[in-house]
Ligand binder design. Structure first.
Ligand code: NAD
Ligand code: 89V
Length: 344
């Protein structure tokens, strides 16, 4: 019998990956699902053999019988659902973006803390195999102390056909995609103190910005650039690859197209392909993201067992989310934003 019973709210486009990830974990059984859309509920319930199906999260929590909840809805419902989980003392995972505003995100962290439950944000990009490979090189000291970095995601991929809501919000690429890239920058280079950003909207058919260039001052003296674009038409579409460049005191690291990692240091130059695994249920080009879903869910269960805080806990992710807020503020005002002013 599975050691952990879970429930999932939001049976949409991305939740299918999460359901596959849970099915692969021997210790986990998803015993209940919820979606206000009966058709999405039917499809996911039938595909994954889940009997208990709810159109109301309140009714699902009232019936109980699960050890954690995985919230896979879009951002507008995140705060209410995390607070609902906290009111039932049920540990919760919440998809990114954390919340509509930083104030909402802080309230969610406070609710989880008061209830004494773990809260993890499903910030999976730092769990991608190529990003973990970059981190391992940094930690090995092979390029010495990093002083400059770049995290870059530039694509012309049509994300709107799978996720039509992305075309409608006043905020687009920083809130949806840049949030991952900013979290990778924190993961590799540490927390940041200041943010300077510029944004553009190139695609006339969407409401929000689809290009952003961000400059981060990190607490340890590293300067990084995080640049994201969905308006970049390349001869070979790299979606959804993140490219990374790092200069260190002893050498350099470059993660480029097709997951090619080049490390140059005092001992010479090495080239390796750090490609993600293609899980049996995954499909290209999404397999990089899909594998990271499985890895972050495994991490959640490991931390439930040990009782230690997940790496992308609500508390940790406030610092990534504050970078998102700071980037929008900086672009709007044309000023550099101090993160301390937002986080308090
Ligand atoms: P979606 O619109 O396809 O699915 C969301 C589902 O949630 C819908 O079926 C909707 O009916 C349901 N829902 C919304 N509010 C609800 C509520 N209060 N109670 C019950 N059901 C509710 O959206 P999606 O593309 O699957 O995105 C969901 C979330 O996942 C978003 O926050 C998005 O940013 C995130 N996402 C993350 C990644 C990643 O790599 N981490 C990738 C894609 C999407
Ligand atoms: O990861 C995400 O949140 C997705 C995508 C990679 C398509 O931007 O929305």
């Amino acid at each position: 019998m599975a050691r952990f019973k879970g429930a999932l709210i939001g049976c949409g486009f991305f939740a299918v990956n999460q359901m596959h990830g849970w099915r692969d974990l021997a210790d986990v059984d998803i015993v209940a699902i919820c979606d206000r859309d009966p058709e999405r509920l039917r499809i996911v319930g039938d595909d994954f053999g889940v009997e208990r199906r709810y159109q109301s999260a309140g009714a699902m929590f009232a019936d109980g019988g699960f050890d954690f909840v995985d919230i896979a809805t879009t951002v507008g419902s995140h705060r209410a659902l995390v607070e609902l989980a906290a009111s039932h003392s049920i540990p919760a995972i919440c998809q990114k973006p954390f919340a509509p505003t930083l104030e909402d995100a802080k309230a969610m962290v406070a609710a989880a803390q008061t209830a004494g439950i773990p809260l993890m944000i499903h910030e999976n990009f730092r769990w991608q195999t190529p990003i973990l490979a970059v981190k391992a090189v940094l930690d090995s000291g092979a390029i010495g102390d990093p002083f400059w970095g770049r995290v870059s995601f530039r694509s012309g991929f049509d994300v709107f056909s799978g996720q039509p809501y992305l075309a409608k919000g006043n905020r687009f690429i920083i809130e949806d995609l840049g949030i991952h890239s900013l979290d990778i920058a924190r993961f590799l280079f540490g927390d940041a103190s200041h943010m300077t950003a510029r944004t553009r909207r190139i695609n006339p058919d969407i409401a929000g910005e689809d290009v952003a260039t961000m400059l981060l001052d990190h607490d340890n003296g590293i300067t990084s650039i995080v640049d994201v674009s969905y308006a970049t038409k390349l001869p070979q579409e790299p979606f959804p690859e993140t490219f990374v460049e790092i200069d260190g005191s002893k050498g350099t690291l470059r993660l480029g197209k097709d997951y090619k990692l080049i490390v140059h240091g005092p001992d010479g130059t090495t080239e390796a392909v750090v490609a993600p695994n293609l899980l049996p249920w995954a499909s290209r080009p999404w397999h990089n993201i899909q594998e990271s879903v499985a890895l972050i869910q495994k991490h959640w269960i490991e931390r439930l067992v040990t009782g230690h805080e997940p790496d992308t806990s609500g508390h940790d992710n406030l610092k990534t989310f504050a970078l998102v807020e700071a980037a929008y503020l900086s672009a709007e005002r044309g000023e550099t934003i101090a993160l301390g002013d937002l986080l308090g």
